[in-house]
Design a protein around this ligand. Structure first.
Ligand SMILES: [Zn+2]
Length: 237
């Protein structure tokens, strides 16, 4: 290992910082999608509850229609029996039955009408939500295409930096690259490297023992700070 390999790592770190700027710019562009996606999500949930409610109302309607049918039968039966009734008591009971049935029939008919109206309203709202989701999906696709177009420069720049990083990597000994990769996994855009200043990691101030420090300064060992896991590099790198 030599000092130069550490210098390559420093260059990679500054390339990482450039990449970060471009990634941030891409992220900002992509933020334009967020609002539309959130709106779509809300409408889609709304659509689901409208659909559930419609299903419930349809079930209620079917149930009421059956009830109506039963009462209509009762009403008819009472009417038929009334013709054949022979005494006052029987007549009075049947008339009562007839009146009750007729009241029930009217009540249920009103309820059914009410339910049908509600179903119609829901169906309109469902159609609106579906229309919105369809239209906004097209918008999403359009915005995605725009973003892809507008971030081309950023992506090209990143690609250029990545190529340079690959070239530098080929000149770095494996063991050192592995140590760097571990540190970079955690700190890629927040300095993967740290020098030893006043016997401590310059980033997290963790104390470094003199043996470790010596290996780092003479470029004879791959050492990471045991606290923050940054790769320790010689002062003169
Ligand atoms: Zn540290």
């Amino acid at each position: 290992m030599n000092i130069e390999a550490f210098s390559h790592l420093k260059e990679i770190q500054s390339l990482d910082n450039f990449i970060k700027k471009h990634l941030d710019a891409i992220k900002e562009e992509e933020g334009r999608l967020k609002d539309i996606l959130a709106l779509r999500e809300r409408r889609s949930q709304e659509l689901q509850s409208l659909t559930d409610l419609l299903e419930q109302y349809k079930k209620d309607t079917a149930h009421q229609e059956k009830e109506l049918f039963d009462w209509e039968k009762k009403y008819q039966k009472a009417g038929e029996q009334l013709v054949l009734a022979t005494n006052e008591k029987e007549i009075s009971a049947l008339e009562k039955e007839e009146k009750l049935s007729s009241e029930k029939i009217e009540e249920i008919q009103d309820e059914i009408l009410d339910l049908l109206e509600k179903c119609e309203e829901l169906e309109e709202k469902i159609a609106e939500a579906q229309e919105f989701l369809k239209g906004s999906l097209e918008t999403v696709e359009e915005v995605k295409a725009e973003i892809l177009d507008e971030t081309k420069q950023e992506r090209d720049a990143i690609e250029k930096y990545e190529k340079r990083i690959d070239a530098l990597k080929s000149e770095i000994p494996n063991a050192l690259w592995e140590g760097f990769s571990r540190a970079r996994e955690k700190h890629r855009f927040n300095s993967s490297l740290a020098r030893i200043l006043n016997r401590a990691c310059e980033k997290c101030r963790f104390q470094i023992d003199s043996l470790t420090a010596n290996r780092v300064e003479t470029a004879t060992g791959v050492e990471q700070c045991s606290q923050c896991e940054r790769l320790l590099i010689p002062l003169e790198a």
